[in-house]
Design a protein. Structure first.
Length: 110
């Protein structure tokens, strides 16, 4: 398995990548980085863990919003669909509220 170095929100990670999967992994990393940076830049959250959880929820929400596409069409529309399917600010605020409540109860993610 090949290893590639990537950066998400300014932090470097060394990730394992199957042969032939580097482009898809880099696309996924770019999407996660964009999502996390947008959340951080909104100024509502500062903790990296909370930003990561909210970004994961946003990306999962985007995935559940769109119908499954054939494999060949999926790569062409991946970035376009992610941009178009952004959740509303109200939805993001509610997610932040729920995330804060859940983390305040537990105090940590893991």
């Amino acid at each position: 398995m090949k290893q590639i170095e990537v950066s998400i929100m300014g932090q470097s990670y060394l990730l394992g990548c199957p042969e032939g999967g580097e482009e898809r992994l880099r696309e996924a990393v770019a999407q996660v980085d964009r999502e996390m940076c947008a959340i951080r830049d909104s100024g509502k959250l500062k903790a990296r863990e909370r930003i990561a959880v909210l970004a994961a929820l946003n990306l999962a929400y985007i995935l559940t919003e769109r119908p499954a596409a054939p494999a060949s069409a999926a790569s062409d529309t991946r970035t376009e669909a992610a941009t178009e399917a952004r959740p509303s600010p109200e939805y993001v605020d509610k997610l932040i509220e729920r995330l804060d409540q859940a983390l305040d109860m537990d105090g940590h993610l893991i």
